[in-house]
Design a protein around this ligand. Structure first.
Ligand code: BEZ
Ligand code: FE
Length: 285
């Protein structure tokens, strides 16, 4: 569009500096795709206002991460951001991570007893943290969180002490680690808000297979956020957030050896799970 300036020169007066090239390229395409959908399905004003009302509520209830998760958008973005190679595959963080979890001294145990815990099975997760070339990462720090064997996460379960089934800890000189926890169970993502209503409306179940979340950090290496899953879980093939990767599914071994049980100060059989972690060195440019 041209305008006449004083003196009569024609100049472009609406071309502005582009502050974000990527946004300026992607947003018009996103809007175009949305407009096409609206036209294709002849979306009405009433329906569109309902969509806007829904998104407003998602924001008010702080459920945008959850919405991104259940639409499997988080998994897609994670796979683009962290291409799987020689390192342990990454996976989404989900909305249940809590900052500043307690530091757990060795031998590492990430939970305290509470009413109902006896329904669960003790589990020791162990492995080695190395660089992708196999060099042990003795300075690595692990941060893990998961649900208890009943009642879900600490933030949902009044019986559990704060920060139960959460913790950070270091590894040994040779990169090895072990922590005591309990075998988690499948659980549903929060269903009491707008995202829960959306799932119900479209007939998508809210279940996730049992899993343990883990963040591994070591100097000079990319931080890995991932999850560990277990075979034979009814939701392994249809996780509501689509986050299961075959390489992250690890068998549980049951130990009934009396000597081993008493050496560990337990009063019954327990499980073990091996999970080696390979971190990718940071490439300095
Ligand atoms: C979780 O695994 O903690 C989770 C992931 C996505 C949505 C809700 C919970
Ligand atoms: Fe989880």
């Amino acid at each position: 569009m041209f305008a006449l300036r004083e003196g009569g020169a024609a100049v472009a007066d609406v071309v502005r500096e582009v502050r974000n090239e990527r946004l300026a390229r992607i947003l018009p395409e996103a809007i175009g795709a949305l407009h096409e959908l609206i036209e294709k399905h002849r979306v009405t004003e009433e329906e569109w206002l309902a969509v806007l009302g829904f998104l407003t509520e998602v924001g008010k209830k702080d459920e945008f991460v959850l919405l991104s998760d259940v639409t499997k958008t988080s998994v897609l973005v994670d796979s683009i951001t962290h291409e799987d190679g020689a390192a342990t595959p990454s996976d989404v963080e989900g909305p249940l991570y809590r900052e500043n979890p307690p530091w757990r001294e060795k031998p590492v145990k990430i939970y305290e007893e509470y009413e109902g815990i006896e329904e669960g099975d003790v589990l020791f997760v162990r492995g080695r943290v190395t660089s992708t070339d196999g060099t042990p990462l003795s300075g690595a720090v692990l941060d893990v969180w998961q649900t208890g064997p009943t009642g879900g996460y600490d933030v949902w379960d009044e019986r559990q002490p704060d920060y139960n089934f959460r913790g950070r800890f270091g590894v040994e000189e040779d990169g090895s680690y072990e922590f005591q926890t309990m075998v988690p169970k499948p659980y549903t993502v929060p269903t009491d808000g707008p995202v829960g209503r959306l799932l119900e409306a479209i007939g998508q179940h809210p279940w996730r297979p049992a899993h343990i979340h883990l963040i591994a950090e070591a100097e000079g290496h990319e931080t890995l956020t991932t999850q560990i899953f277990f075979p034979d879980d009814p939701y392994l093939e249809n996780d509501t957030i689509g986050a299961v990767k075959p390489e992250l599914v690890r068998p549980l071994e049951r130990c009934e050896d009396e000597e081993e049980i008493s050496r560990r100060g337990l009063d019954g059989p327990f499980y073990t799970c091996e999970f080696d972690i390979k971190l990718k060195p940071v490439v300095r440019g």
